[in-house]
Design a protein. Structure first.
Length: 795
């Protein structure tokens, strides 16, 4: 067992080794280099925190001076020194290998003195800090080297520290694999190669704890009194920061970073006596268990702080699930390491009992390195028969019950130096029993074994409830949208079945749900954007809609400011095939700008017989222009205009909708454009204006055709009349003689006949012009003119 003097020696050495982090504790002698390490650590602290600077005001300006402490003459550099590089410390006068015994005590005392002076200076510098609080934005431009707790670089360091904590927790159980049985010599020893590797890795990881401690002294915190509204104010006074940290987590961090396992292993490697094996094994178990408490106690608030600052530990669901799975595997690793150490302990207990019952054995014979002891040669002759007969697993006559450790002793892992196979075997044992809550464990009557089995069962239950539950939550978040869509479809099917909807309506509902899922993946984009600030919402809308809006000819020539305002008010709309967007005669509540797809626009001019017009709307077109005309009319009432056309989707359509209230805003902007080009563009792409223009052109063409036809008919009639007159003239010449005979009565009858024929022709022409059944010309009312100048008239 460890004596009282040695225990106090270990504690005192651990406190001093903590001051210089113990980076080379395995390779350097402690007493020989303590002064160098302590002086270097004090210099490092002063450099890191700018503790060696004093600020004074000279001539109204702030000057910075370096304070040089007086050093002992043994650490000063002579002026006549030649061939030596100038450095901060002189190596002359320090203990060298040849003078270690003579000057070790003096050098060590000087190192402690320098360390105390450095820490005293550091304390004075903390008291000189400015006691004030600033906002997060002011801290960025502050000259003080204080870190914002929500800074991205600091969050990165916290994540690295969390990873180092996980690695440290996973590294400490490796100390349990150091004890190993040597069945060739029938003794218990230590795996020195694994000991050197483990202590080196532990020292490297402890450096992250030291960096974390240093950052804590320079990390601002939010003043509790400023948490009434917003993020609060940051306290940047170094003295207050240090006082708060010393009261809260400094002791926990100090206990976590103490290199106690390294010291124990180093003591064993230096002495390498057989009697040290048992003491080292027991000390490692107690120290690791002791340091697990502050390490876990520090990790829990650190993880909570990271989640509080960053929102989540991992952005990706897979990374979050892997994180909790890693903790479950780490718990299995810890359980397996304890199982291995307890198996070694039970095997050692069996050997000690066998040694005690034999009467010819000393307990020290069971530990490697004691071959020099007296009586060892006699024990060497009988050790195999004594130990195998009482502690063998193969022999059924063995009176010792290993319980849950039987598998470890029987497999030979307690005597194997193949670390990888031993580690994997213990990891599998821990994972198996944590997953099954220890149901397959067959314990003996040994109380420690029973308590360990109970701990395995409770730990497995807690891990399954916490870690596996959180991992399941992360994995379910990957398919939460799919599950919501499945539930909505099931509810929709049940509702349609309950309401006895016809099959065609059901197909339309299913087609719309499927199309909406393919386009949005179940995400309500509008609600996501509406929850953002106005400026950010405008930028997102601009990124999503600007290029699409510019495809619409009506918006192509507008300025950027107006386009931004329009993009902010547009809402995406989806329509499936055969969907009626608006019917003729229904009120128009939105304008639709087609981005993708084809629509059919039909009008019958209010259902008038003999009138039918059909047009195709494609990408870049719009419908619902009656709403814009209504919005531009200053005398328009609150009643929405009626649609003059029926619009039906021929394919799946994606469009942007501009509602009635938003259209009023856009219309007010149109008035400020003073551009005839916008008016002409509106008329050119408006289906109502296109239909009226077509009917107007058709009517004009018909009038022109009728005028041409009437002109030809008049010319033909005039030609016929001329022929009749000529024929009458010739007939009149030939009948002169008869005229003389018959008298003047024949001439009067001929004139009456000509007048009657002309009257009949004119009467028929008038009848055709007055008859409405001829030609059947359709007249369409002209659409109202959009009032683009209403704003100017008002002003």
């Amino acid at each position: 067992m460890i004596t009282e003097s040695r225990r106090s020696n270990l504690i005192s050495r651990s406190l001093f080794i903590y001051l210089y982090i113990c980076h080379f504790v395995i390779y350097l002698k402690l007493a020989q280099n303590s002064a160098i390490q302590i002086c270097y650590l004090c210099t490092l602290i002063q450099t890191m925190f700018d503790c060696g600077y004093k600020s004074q005001y000279i001539g109204g300006q702030k000057e910075k001076f370096v304070r040089l402490d007086e050093l002992d003459s043994t650490l000063s550099m002579p002026s006549n020194t030649v061939g030596m590089k100038r450095s901060k410390y002189n190596l002359e006068g320090l203990t060298l290998p040849g003078r270690a015994k003579k000057n070790a005590s003096k050098s060590f005392k000087h190192g402690v003195k320098m360390g105390s002076d450095g820490l005293r200076t550091f304390g004075r510098s903390l008291r000189f800090g400015v006691s004030r609080a600033v906002f997060h934005e002011d801290l960025k431009v502050s000259e003080k080297k204080i870190f914002d707790p929500q800074d991205k670089c600091l969050l990165l360091w916290i994540r690295l520290f969390v990873i180092s904590c996980i690695l440290s927790v996973s590294l400490d159980p490796l100390f349990f694999y150091l004890p190993i049985f040597n069945h060739a010599s029938y003794c218990l020893g230590m795996d020195t190669k694994l000991a050197v590797t483990t202590t080196t890795l532990r020292t490297i990881l402890d450096a992250f704890y030291v960096i974390r401690i240093a950052l804590q002294f320079r990390t601002a915190y939010i003043a509790p009194s400023s948490r009434v509204f917003g993020r609060g104010e940051l306290v940047i006074d170094p003295a207050k920061i240090a006082r708060r940290y010393l009261r809260r987590y400094f002791i926990v961090d100090l206990l976590s970073v103490l290199p106690l396992p390294q010291i124990v292993v180093w003591e064993f490697l230096q002495k390498s006596k057989g009697s040290e094996v048992l003491a080292t094994k027991q000390a490692l178990l107690r120290i690791v268990l002791f340091q697990y408490i502050p390490r876990f106690a520090r990790f829990v608030p650190l993880n909570a702080e990271l989640k509080k600052t960053a929102g989540v530990f991992a952005e990706s669901a897979l990374v979050g699930a892997a994180y909790y799975l890693l903790w479950y595997m780490l718990s299995s690793h810890i359980a397996g390491a304890f199982w291995y150490l307890f198996a070694v302990e039970r095997n050692d207990t069996c050997w000690r009992r066998a040694c005690k019952y034999s009467g010819k054995c000393d307990i020290n014979y069971l530990y490697c390195g004691n071959k020099h002891m007296g009586g060892y040669s006699e024990w060497q002759k009988i050790r195999e028969s004594v130990l195998v007969r009482r502690c063998s697993i193969v022999d059924d006559s063995s009176a010792f019950n290993y319980g849950i450790y039987t598998q470890a002793v029987a497999s030979g892992i307690v005597a194997s130096r193949a670390f990888y196979s031993k580690f994997c075997y213990c990891l599998w044992w821990g994972l198996q029993n944590l997953s099954t809550l220890g149901q397959g464990l067959q314990t003996s009557t040994y109380p420690g074994e029973i308590l360990f089995s109970i701990f395995i069962a409770i730990s497995g239950l807690l891990l399954f409830a916490l870690l596996i539950g959180n991992m399941q939550t992360y994995l379910q978040s990957l398919t939460v949208r799919v599950e919501e869509m499945r539930i909505k479809r099931r509810d929709s099917e049940q509702w349609m079945h309950h309401r006895l909807l016809p099959q065609d309506l059901r197909e339309r509902v299913r087609r719309y749900d499927q199309y909406k899922w393919l386009e949005t993946r179940g995400v309500d984009e509008e609600s996501l954007v509406q929850n953002l600030p106005k400026d950010l919402r405008r930028d997102i809308k601009r990124h999503l809609c600007l290029n699409l809006v510019r495809r619409v000819p009506l918006f192509a020539n507008m300025d950027e400011r107006l386009l931004d305002a329009i993009c902010e008010r547009l809402k995406p709309s989806l329509y499936t095939e055969s969907t009626y967007i608006v019917r003729e005669g229904d009120p128009v509540d939105e304008m639709l700008f087609i981005i993708r797809g084809r629509l059919e626009s039909v009008t019958t001019d209010g259902g008038r017989s003999g009138f039918f017009n059909r047009g195709i709307l494609k990408e870049g077109d719009f419908c619902g222009e009656e709403l814009l005309t209504w919005a531009l009319d200053p005398k328009a009432g609150s009643n929405l205009p009626t649609s003059t056309r029926t619009v039906k989707a021929l394919t799946e359509v994606e469009a942007f909708a501009l509602e009635a209230e938003e259209t009023k805003f856009v219309a007010s902007q149109f008035r400020r454009l003073h551009s005839r080009q916008v008016q002409h563009t509106f008329r050119f792409y408006s289906q109502q204006w296109r239909t009226w223009a077509a009917c107007f052109i058709q009517a004009a063409w018909r009038r022109y055709a009728k005028r041409k036809s009437a002109e030809r008919r008049r010319q033909e009639e005039e030609a016929e009349e001329e022929e009749e007159e000529e024929e009458a003239y010739y007939n009149e010449g030939n009948d002169d003689a008869r005229a003389l005979v018959s008298g003047s009565g024949g001439s009067s009858r001929l004139g009456a006949t000509i007048l009657a024929s002309r009257f009949a022709a004119n009467a028929l022409r008038g009848h055709r012009l007055r008859n409405p059944s001829r030609g059947n010309q359709v007249k369409l009312q002209k659409p109202p003119e959009p009032d683009f100048t209403g704003c100017d008239a008002e002003n």
